[in-house]
Design a protein around this ligand. Structure first.
Ligand code: B1M
Length: 219
């Protein structure tokens, strides 16, 4: 079977590595970590492993979750499996040799715990030379304001995965403006699109590479 497809299936089944006893049918068998290592040693591009392996698996999980075929515990195991693969890809996606270019403040907005996409944005922007101040998840608007005052970043990045929490994004931008902080903002996440981003005065980040390009254009 194609190795990338195997990785996608292992993410979807939530099997991080051979130590994991979940799912019981795969206990003791190679998981995402072993298969990602194998893919790297076979010379498959890290970006391909990420998109066609790990992210493809997570897409399946999203569809099954949306259709009510699986529930939060299964999704959490899939997230754990995805993270096991991302950890191994990290050094390959980020290059330590690039010169530092400024600060990028990043976080998932208030009420939202999804952080896999945000973490990918962090890895790629750090790799491209920005010092990322990662505020984590469920970040209230005032924390973004504080961080901008403290770190004077080149830009702020907001991530949201829920149609409810994307409504926090304009609140963050409003709080920044009310505090006279005229810093460019980029927003991303599954429910966000170009016209929403434009309507709130932000740039749209379709994917982590878009965040890298946005920052490069500023600096
Ligand atoms: Co949640 N969840 N979840 N979930 N979850 C979604 C988002 C959902 C679409 C699933 C579904 O129903 N099909 C749905 C949202 C529906 C909606 O609002 N329209 C949903 C729901 C309903 C929920 C809960 C409410 C479920 C519940 O409790 N009943 C709950 C909410 C918790 C909360 O936040 N308050 C919940 C919880 C969870 C888990 C904790 C179990 C887990 C998160 C674990 C974690 O992140 N640590 C989880 C997961 C994993 C998902 C799905 C399955 C996968 C998300 C993911 O990581 N995708 C998701 C379904 C889906 O999206 N298909 C779903 C992979 C990741 C790489 O993609 O984050 O989109 P993504 O990031 C992309 C781009 O969007 C972009 O770059 C990335 C790479 O291309 N990007 C940016 C993201 N941020 C960016 C910022 C940028 C630029 C690009 O610049 C700053």
């Amino acid at each position: 079977m194609n190795l990338l497809k195997e990785i996608a299936d292992l993410v979807a089944m939530g099997h991080p590595d051979s130590q994991s006893k979940y799912p019981p049918s795969l206990a003791g068998q190679p998981g995402v970590a072993e298969k990602v290592s194998q893919a790297l040693s076979e010379g498959i591009e890290p970006q391909c492993i990420l998109t066609q392996g790990l992210m493809a698996g997570m897409e399946v999980v999203g569809r099954r979750f949306g259709a009510g075929e699986i529930f939060v515990p299964e999704v959490l195991m899939a997230s754990k499996a995805m993270k096991a693969g991302v950890e191994l890809l990290k050094p390959h996606l980020a290059s330590a040799s690039v010169s530092r270019r400024g600060v990028f403040v990043l976080g998932t907005v208030q009420g939202d715990v999804h952080d896999i996409g945000k973490n990918l944005v962090k890895i790629l922007t750090e790799g491209a030379g920005w010092d990322v101040v990662d505020l984590g998840t469920c970040v209230p608007a005032e924390k973004f304001v504080e961080a901008v005052r403290q770190y004077r970043p080149v830009a702020v990045g907001l991530s949201a995965l829920l149609t409810t929490t994307m409504q926090e994004m304009p609140k963050v931008i409003e709080s920044l403006r009310q505090s006279d902080l005229d810093v460019p903002v980029i927003v991303g996440g599954a429910p966000v699109n170009e016209s929403f981003a434009r309507s709130i005065g932000a740039e749209y980040g379709r994917d982590p590479q878009a965040a890298v390009e946005f920052l490069s254009a500023l600096n």
